[in-house]
Design a protein around this ligand. Structure first.
Ligand code: ZN
Length: 287
């Protein structure tokens, strides 16, 4: 059964570890992440972007697949199904479809509008027993067509949003989506500490977890980050393993073209990446 992200993140912040959010794209991704979480006895958050939701034909399909898999694979660790960077309408659709958690990304709105919309969603999530992630200060990256250097959120604005009663808060601290450019300046621990100071026990969310050096990840966790989003890294691992299989000509040997064989190395690569992240985040054995 799906759970909200609330309790798992509260425990994570208190225990000084972080729960990974791993984005899913299809059945192989979902199965790889769920089975790894179960093997590692770790809580897990399955992230679904609006684009991935569309790709999988809609949020109801996603809910059906995830719920079915949890039951048929006998998954007993806490699993949250979470909309990643949702629009206001996307959030409402996921509430209706049966997600257990949503992120409303109102960071591109003026702060007043971000607050007004987030406030409405706080009430909706309360009614449906769901967790809600809000974002302050945009998180740059390749999505915008340009690789930005990563913005830092205004700690006062973070407090304003946190006080609305959201479950967790994504604040820009110099992190970006996708691969990090060579001249990246690193995370701003000053910003993180200032946000933490004003938001208390609110679990903070670190987006763009691919390529942040391990010592920075650990320091961020020690400063109150309770959820870390990983997406690109699983995609790179999957693509790399699949490329090797085909370049080695294995799809041409015997029944190597069978999709269950063709996709197996990528599936295993996702599993290895997820396990590595769970080790780094400290969530193993915390289910
Ligand atoms: Zn993000």
């Amino acid at each position: 059964m799906l759970v909200t992200a609330k309790d798992m993140l509260k425990k994570a912040v208190a225990g000084k570890y972080a729960v990974g959010q791993f984005n899913i794209n299809n059945l192989e991704w979902t199965k790889a992440i769920l089975t790894t979480a179960q093997e590692c006895n770790s809580p897990v958050i399955l992230g679904v972007s609006e684009g991935a939701g569309k790709y999988m034909t809609g949020y109801k399909t996603v809910v059906g697949m995830v719920n079915g898999m949890i039951e048929e694979l006998g998954i007993t660790v806490p699993v949250a199904l979470h909309l990643d960077h949702g629009s206001y309408d996307g959030c409402l659709k996921c509430v209706e479809a049966g997600f257990s958690s949503i992120m409303f990304d109102g960071s591109h709105y003026p702060i007043e509008e971000n607050i007004a919309k987030t406030k409405e969603l706080v009430e909706i999530c309360k009614k449906h027993n769901m967790s809600l992630e809000a974002e302050v200060g945009s998180i740059g990256g390749e999505e915008d067509g340009v690789v930005g250097m990563g913005e830092c959120a205004d700690p006062q604005e973070c407090k304003q949003i946190a006080d609305l009663g959201v479950t967790m808060l994504a604040a820009g601290i110099g992190n970006i989506h996708g691969k990090y450019p060579d001249n990246w300046k690193g995370l701003s621990f000053e910003t993180l500490a200032a946000v933490k100071e004003l938001t208390g026990d609110m679990p903070l969310v670190l987006h763009g977890g691919t390529g942040i050096p391990e010592d920075m990840i650990k320091k961020a966790i020690s400063l109150g980050v309770g959820k870390i989003n990983v997406n690109t890294e699983c995609q790179l691992a999957f693509a790399d393993a699949t490329r090797k299989y085909i370049e080695a000509g294995k799809d041409l040997e015997g029944k190597g073209f069978d999709p269950r064989k063709l996709l197996a190395p990528g599936y295993e690569a996702i599993k290895a990446t997820v396990k590595e992240k769970m080790e780094l985040f400290g969530s193993i054995g915390k289910a």
